[in-house]
Design a protein around this ligand. Structure first.
Ligand code: 2M8
Length: 440
């Protein structure tokens, strides 16, 4: 029987509302994060969306990932935005005529027939592909889903551990704050402060046509984002000779890289291949992550600024994401759980969901985007991580809050971590998708 017919419990209401959002944001071969604010396909959004869609329409979930991977560049990068040509240029900034991927990215093998950005986002995709396969193995096998996506996912992971190992210690670097997915996190303030912003009169921010300026990054942030993206584009998106002025090893990105490498081992096994190479990489990456980014003093993983050669001493929720890793040393995992419950994140105590940035931090702002508000995808990862580390009651409490606040906020993009009040846009796809996943 369809869940919708079973009862009118709060869970049923939450489930039906989430399904409505995902139905409304499907545009034929992929899902937009939001009809108004983000009218194209975003990379890590699609991974979370597929994780939710698999419970509703497994074929659509497979399609979501296939559409994204069809825009992969020959060098392995999966672009952070795949542009929909039927959407007017003015609907989103920076638009395809800014990125000019098919011409400027030609040397890196950007697709010719599809316009994309030249940046990347956190690699949640192999995990998503594995979970999507497991939701309906029969249709996946029949369509050759894993067989087709596996080489692309391997190339994607190898791009990150190869061309993007800018620090030389085996971890991937992000070269733009947008690549972290946590755009204006205070973690990027120190490395960004070295970047000369372009004038705010040189671009028009379409995001402000659809959202409150107080909930979004500032014009100064955008001036720096544009400078960095232009520099990358003007160097043909080539990592080797671009002289990246911003390069940071982010614990969230790298933890997801490891998690996806585990998923690649599972996928390889399901395809009858030897998973050994993936498992060796899992171990190497986990060791590098702990060695380079673990901060004993704060009990959290912190970003490392490769250009300055120093740790960024700002505490964000990205540092909790390694909780999802099965191979984390026991001591580290215990300390990380203590930090999640402690004053910085207040889990099970002062907050309803984990804030994106330290409650006690000098830059904490409970409304402004990635500088304090709580996000549903990050909290889905933390919930999974707590479960992984055996913290079942904490995980169950967080799960209940996520489901309740997602529905109450009308599937908000983010919420105030203490009051749960809605912020950002509504009917946001990954909020709906993780709700479906938590309810199924
Ligand atoms: C936000 O980022 C985009 C740029 O990529 C923007 O602000 O325009 C971030 O929250 C990012 O994590 C997310 O993937 C994207 C679409 O939801 O929006």
């Amino acid at each position: 029987m369809d869940r919708a017919d079973q009862s009118t419990s709060p869970h049923t209401t939450a489930y039906n509302g989430a399904r409505r959002v995902l139905t409304g944001n499907w545009v034929g071969a992929s899902t937009v994060p939001s009809r108004s604010l983000y009218p194209h396909q975003w990379s890590w959004d699609s991974a979370f969306v597929a994780i939710g869609l698999r419970h509703l329409w497994p074929l659509r979930a497979q399609r979501e990932l296939e559409t994204l991977l069809a825009a992969q560049w020959d060098d392995g990068r999966v672009p952070h935005i795949v542009f929909n040509p039927s959407v007017p240029l003015a609907a989103y900034f920076p638009s395809p005529d800014f990125w000019r991927s098919s011409s400027a990215g030609a040397a890196c093998g950007a697709p010719r027939g599809t316009e994309t950005s030249g940046l990347v986002q956190p690699p949640v995709h192999a995990l998503a592909a594995w979970l999507v396969h497991r939701a309906d193995p029969a249709s996946s096998r029949q369509r050759g889903f894993l067989r087709r996506v596996y080489p692309r996912l391997v190339a994607w992971q190898r791009y990150l551990t190869g061309a993007r190992d800018l620090g030389g210690h085996g971890l991937a670097s992000i070269v733009h704050p947008w690549e972290s997915g946590m755009d204006n996190s205070p973690c990027w303030d120190p490395p960004l402060s070295r970047i000369e912003p372009v004038g705010s009169d040189t671009f028009h921010r379409a995001d402000l046509d659809h959202s409150r300026a107080d909930d979004r990054p500032t014009d100064l942030d955008y001036g720096r984002y544009v400078r960095l993206a232009e520099n990358y584009r003007d160097h043909g998106y080539r990592d080797h000779d671009c002289g990246h002025p911003f390069a940071v090893e982010d614990p969230g990105v790298n933890a997801l890289l490891v998690l996806s490498e585990y998923a690649l081992a599972e996928i390889a096994g399901a395809l009858g291949r030897d998973p050994a190479d993936h498992l060796v990489r899992v171990e190497e990456l986990t060791n590098a992550l702990v060695k380079r980014l673990w901060d004993e003093e704060s009990g959290l993983f912190l970003p490392f600024d490769v250009i300055a050669g120093e740790t960024v001493r700002e505490h964000s929720a990205a540092g909790l994401i390694p909780l999802v890793l099965p191979g984390l040393p026991e001591r580290t995992a215990r300390a990380l759980v203590r930090t999640a419950r402690g004053p910085r994140f207040g889990l099970g105590d002062t907050t309803r969901m984990v804030p994106s940035y330290d409650l006690t931090g000098h830059a904490h702002d409970p409304s402004r985007y990635w500088r304090g508000p709580a996000w549903f995808n990050v909290n889905w990862l933390v919930e999974r991580g707590l479960r992984r580390q055996g913290e079942l009651s904490l995980a169950n409490g967080l799960r209940a809050e996520l489901i309740h606040l997602a529905a109450r906020s009308h599937y908000a993009e983010y919420v105030d971590p203490v009051s749960g009040e809605a912020r950002g846009t509504r009917d946001f796809s990954w909020t709906a998708a993780v709700t479906i996943d938590l309810l199924t």
